[in-house]
Design a binder for this molecule. Sequence first.
Ligand code: GAL
Length: 953
Amino acid sequence: MSLRTSTAYVEDVSPGSGVLPPRAWYASSDATSLSLNGSWRFRLSDTADAEDDSFAARGYDAGDWAQVTVPGHWVLQGHGSPAYTNHLYPFPVDPPRVPTENPTGDHLRLFGLPADWPADGAAVLRFDGVESCARVWLNGTELGEFKGSRLPHEFAVGHLLEAGDNVLAVRVHQWSSGSYLEDQDQWWLPGIFRDVTLLHRPAGSVRDFFVHASYDHVSGTGTLRVDSDVAGRVTVADLGIDTATGEPVTVPAEPWTAETPRLYDAVLATPGERVPLRIGFRTVELSDGLIKVNGRPLLFKGVNRHEWHPERGRALDLATMREDVTLMKRHNVNAVRTSHYPPHPAFLDLCDEYGLWVIDECDLETHGFTEQGWRDNPVDDDRWTPALLDRAARTVERDKNHPSVVIWSLGNEAGTGRGLTAMAEWIHGRDGSRLVHYEGDHDCRDTDVYSRMYADHAEVERIGRGLDGGPRRRRALPFILCEYAHAMGNGPGGLLDYQRLFEAHDRLQGGFVWEWIDHGIAHPELGYAYGGDFGEELHDGNFVCDGLLFPDRRPSPGLLEYRKVIEPVAITGDGTAGTVRITNRYDFADLSALSFSWSYEVEGEAVDLGTLPVPALAPGESAEVELPAVPAGAPAGEAHWTVRAVLASDTAWAPQDHVVAWGQLAVSERRVPHVAATARPAHGNGGISLGPGVFDARTGALRAIGEVPVTGLRLDVWRAPTDNDDGAAWQSDLRPGPLWRELGLHRMRHRLDAVEAGEDALTVRTRVAPAARDLGLSTVYRWTSDGDRLRLTVSVTPDGDWTVPLPRLGIRFGLAAADAVRWYGGGPGEAYPDTRSASRIARRQSTVDDLQTPYVRPQENGARIDVRWAELGGLRVEGDPAFFLTARRWTTEHLDAAAHLTDLVPGDTVWVNLDHAHHGIGSQSCGPGPLPRYRLRAEPAEFSFVLSASGTG
Ligand code: GAL
């Protein structure tokens, strides 16, 4: 065996040595294979050369080594710790050199061949993903080494296999020259994190093959040609195809689209192997300046997906991948960008099967070079070009047979340079049937799509209208937002406003929300850990938790909002017109897979319901559909029609009756509560009483309503800043969170100016203002009563120079006890001015605990919008106008101070906020703030609540 101890290969820019050329990946065939996943012996060293390679020899005794699970990351299995940086390299930037402190994991696996392992033929050892660099030995013979963490690498090993025990030794280094190419915004997680498989390769078996399956929408035919290195036959039973490899066949066929993912089972048979194939016929083209599939332009309603599991990191099992895909389908997502590397190959099988458009991205990002103005950027340095081409080839060759993959992406945030051009040229040459994407070059020299990230609404509209200028090539290209709507914490706001632009301008072919899931790491004390929780010397905090799913894959309100905004059927109209407008927003499917229902609701409760016959409209078509007559005997009150589109039958991703789209049409307006001011304020018992209210005589503060004690009722303008309020450090100076804090809105003082017990009202005059500032809010509380109920009218008049928006405007108070919450208004989930699409008016109930949204870093959350009335803690509140309701077992100040959910400890009081208004949410954690119409300006305002004892607690 080789006793080479040199670690020069770690810093060598070459992609590797000894590995086989890349080829198509397939999950199964009739050739024998052996999974080498499972428990491996493991030894961790601090440096790349701390140990010699004698462990790779047969007979080495690793009995005292630890064990790790493969696939896995050793830092998530108790050896070392994970580290998170967004774009900063966590080591000195001196390419291609890496630190001496280079955690190195030696892995050992003994295996015997199964009894049925054929005695003849070759064998291949495949690694589907190792971060960041591996050197491999089998039975003491060195096979070679490779880099390219999320790419497959294979070695020919047939000649080395032995009938008895075999020893597979793998040395993995956390850092290598490859790390410079893998500076994606995520945890650094070394390890053998994808499958390791031994594949028997019988004589005459398939090596590489390329399925070309196009669709001609004019003739309704599919053309299939399978090119294979080893000649054979291709059969597609359902289409009566039985043809030689390399021979094209054209037959009538159904097309594949993400909406109608028709796959045909086929077999590629060579003399030595039968490989099952799943063929989808579809043609991707750039025509009329648009991305078209099967002759029709499409609209991406996408997400960026990193691979993530809160315990296993990027080592995902099939069930988790399937959960991602079904969750996407259930939430109307139709596209995935595999940010920022090719996913586990099985994920793409699922995309083919369930139907998702895929932008498949190469494992490439050199973002950290932005710190030095992109000097020394590997993508513009010829020495690195072979490594870049290797990454392109390993991506394209592995994934080229998936109908779901419609666009190749060169990588992410790698600046510009010759290496990228070389990659694009290679990809265009190898696979002319798909388009090439890369966001980092706004001139689009190498790409077929103009792509941007986080452009604000105004710019997107200019691009949509073709008013953005730019080089001629770019002006001729379709536009996508490969990232937008940064889903960090509460938000993103403004999704609907983007979607309206996408729908209004053909050139805008949609976008991909950043991102799918929070990368929180399950932690025994912190709930979910984020950057800095492992003592990293450089980190980017909770910027790694910016997904539409919480780490445990529970949908966040952001995902529910997105689902509503991108729903494939628009259900709109005027509830008094007797009809509802149904618009098919699919790009390919008609509405025959859906059935429709109506319900007529009064004061939030369904009075009657039924089915609604809707024609099977073609994509883009609309119809005005007659609603039934208003149900006879419907009670008086505020009324709505709710019309739903549901799955007519079970699908692979959701059962029959799953709601795909809905619309709510107002029929009549709400009657605003009236309280006659008939009661008189009366002094007595050290207080003032007015109807059911008891007030402090000196301060005018409310003490109780009937039997219900109330504390601390006063104006509140502070909310625990959201990640979007705080904004990212590089954003404009107009980040509201820091401005609010600078102004002191989190420490407002309430000066009492007067308590006036008049004829029919108790009036309390105050001025609410922060220390050290000359601006404030003159606030008057006017209480009246009809004997049973109290009406509070709050009048707010700003004084001073208020250029900063207010976080919120309303009152807060404490209740001694509250658990169940009932309300009539928006829900079921939270909503803010620019995240309110998914909120539907109904009668609702929940509990104080369930009203909380568990953002990994605690922040403002949980407001229910459009609340007409609510009952909690024995109190009933009616709003004039409707209000935002929030209730929690801690104060806003506690929420603001918390870093993790585990910091939130319930107190004795339930704090209730009744808000007249909230500042919008926006997406400024990495993107634009709220649009002007969602800003909460400090302006004179007046709002009222009617408060009474509800009799139930
Ligand atoms: C983008 C980048 C993503 C992620 C995001 C912010 O610039 O492409 O990887 O960092 O910003 O979360």
